[in-house]
Ligand binder design. Structure first.
Ligand SMILES: [Zn+2]
Length: 296
């Protein structure tokens, strides 16, 4: 049995997973909006589980950021109050046992690799396509986070094979232009539709129009899928995963899969692609389940 926690910007989920992957306990509460409150929330949740089961399980936590190997503190977190904090050391001191922290996209990939859409595959690349874009790499059932903790952060590589309309057209919060994230996130689809039509619609609204055969929405969706193919082709050319699992809001769009699986090979060196791009199996629970699987 193992405890998994998904520390989100607004909500924190905790589960207890048994060895068969069944959820034996779950709870959700508000995340603290400053560091002391976040720490108190996590410690309180873990103590509740310990008391409920009268024994202590391993603890894995998915965080919206990563742990710097150089400093032992959290970096790249969009919950900015976590940045620079020694969360694992502070938790270890508070609960009396070590915890494992991992980026939430890495937890997603691990969950799908352990008992989801990537089960049984050696090399699984998991991508979360939501308001932003995160990804994680799992090799033989273990997260590969990398010496800099940035493995899978290809959302901040530039969009491959940009055309003249795309070049220098999107500013990214990371300080650069034309990051993959600015095109293949839900926000990216919305921005693309706005640039083409001057209409500000959300990702789901554009997809709904596309499904009603609206030609502007269809064109935007095709541009979206083509950019997703280009972005994933770079991943295939670099690490050649056995399977690519999509998560996040955009992954619910069924039309993505036939398009990408038909056209991805055209961008890959040699023009052959055995790698399938598939939807996730655990949906929103992937983050918290993957956190639990951080311990063997
Ligand atoms: Zn960026």
């Amino acid at each position: 049995m193992r405890i998994g926690i998904d520390l989100g910007g607004t909500k924190t989920d905790i589960i207890v997973l048994d060895d068969a992957g069944q959820v034996r306990y779950r709870k959700r509460c508000a995340s603290g909006q400053h560091y002391a409150a976040t720490l108190a929330t996590l410690v309180g949740l873990i103590h509740e589980v310990d008391a409920h089961f009268t024994q202590a399980f391993t603890v894995g936590i998915g965080i919206p950021g990563t742990v710097s190997r150089r400093h032992g503190t959290i970096k790249n977190a969009n919950s900015t109050w976590l940045i620079g904090q020694s969360l694992d050391a502070d938790l270890h001191a508070a609960i009396g046992r070590p915890v494992r922290l991992a980026n939430d996209a890495n937890c997603f990939a691990l969950s799908e690799a352990c008992d989801g859409a990537g089960q049984g595959f050696e090399l699984v690349f998991g991508v979360i396509l939501g308001t932003g874009c995160g990804a994680g790499l799992v090799i033989n059932g273990k997260v590969h986070s990398g010496i800099n903790g940035v493995a899978g952060e290809w959302g901040h590589n530039p969009l491959p094979w940009m055309n003249s309309h795309e070049f220098q057209s999107r500013a990214c919060y990371c300080g650069r232009h034309d990051c993959i994230e600015t095109y293949i996130s839900g926000t990216g689809l919305s921005e693309d539709f706005y640039q083409a039509t001057q209409q500000r619609l959300s990702g789901p609204e554009i997809i709904s129009l596309m499904q009603q055969q609206d030609s502007d929405a269809q064109a935007a969706f095709h541009r979206y899928c083509d950019r997703l193919c280009r972005a994933l082709a770079h991943v295939v050319n670099l690490v050649d995963p056995d399977i690519i699992v999509l998560g996040g809001g955009m992954s619910d769009i069924a039309e993505i899969y036939p398009y990408v699986n038909r056209h991805l090979a055209a961008y890959i060196f040699g023009k052959e692609c055995e790698t399938k791009v598939v939807p996730n199996q655990h949906g929103n629970a992937s983050g918290v389940r993957g956190a639990a699987w951080l311990w063997p």
